[in-house]
Design a binder for this molecule. Sequence first.
Ligand code: TPP
Ligand code: SF4
Length: 329
Amino acid sequence: MSEEHPSLSFLRAERMPHILCEGCGNGIVVNAMLEAMVELELDMEKVVFVSGIGCSSRIPGYLKFDSLHTTHGRPIAFATGIKLANPELEVIVITGDGDMASIGGNHFLHAARRNMDMLVICSNNYNYGMTGGQVSPTTPVGWKTTTSPYGNPEPPMDIARVASAAGANYVARWSTASPLQIKQAVKKALQKEGFRLVEVLTQCPTVFGRRNRLRTAVEMLRWYRENTVALHHAEELERQGVDLSAKVVVGEFADRNNPGLVRRLGLVKEERKPEKREERAEKRAEEDERLREARRRILEAIERLSTPRVRRMIELGMDVEKIEEELLK
Ligand SMILES: Cc1ncc(C[n+]2csc(CCOP(=O)(O)OP(=O)(O)O)c2C)c(N)n1
Ligand code: SF4
């Protein structure tokens, strides 16, 4: 029997089937994010997800974490309140390009300026997916949407560069064609304080791709592969005079260690430093040892109090859960 991947245990199976379309890139976002959290051995009890309204904003509803599904454009404001009320919590905002950059634009700008402690994962599918594919602040020039049927005439907002210019501690942009990079960015961001943005270019074949001759997830992923350029290459190419206006630059746009707002306010004293892998392993081993000891004591207590039937089960080497299961039959 194959072993279940650890991140699967954080999905709410009872909420399935989910509302996302076949081939939607939001699944890749969830997978990369959960893998990052599992690999970091985050204290999942301290994680709170906050989202707005949109296809991407539905993600926390399918996860086994405390979460707040707020109003359109407002998740960063709610997340600010949560973090200031309880700075111990790891607050993660899941948002869309419309939710964050359009109706929520000012919350985004000022949270980045304040270096407000939260990780924001923005699933940027270049349009308003949930409401049928309207133009958004990130739709590239010339691309068709329901509200720009002849091609978008407006220049888009580069949300990664805006966040970086406003003062965010960490900013990265990757596409769903690079899930490993998304995972690494989330891991790095989760070990830093202040405002952290991971923008993910996420395919929406159903309402965006369809209007732009990219009807399937595979075609959209291929488009990302062929049209994204890593930041260090882009800088070099620009020096050589190559026109990159039709390409999307991906990579890390900011990696700073400025104090986050909660530390500036004196709500936490210590600078947040990445935990070393060995320290985490040590903590984990101590925790496992504590659990083994507790289990041993419970078994001893059962043995002392037990009936011949329970004693027989212990002699057979059954553990506490199995014995409990047998007794409840
Ligand atoms: C105040 C308000 N205005 C408009 C809407 C309608 N609405 C719901 S989701 C959405 C856009 C979602 O787009 P985005 O945030 O990019 O998320 P996606 O669905 O693409 O993941 C809009 C306009 C709303 N729910 N509330
Ligand atoms: S409409 Fe687009 S973003 Fe929304 S679930 Fe479908 S593919 Fe995903």
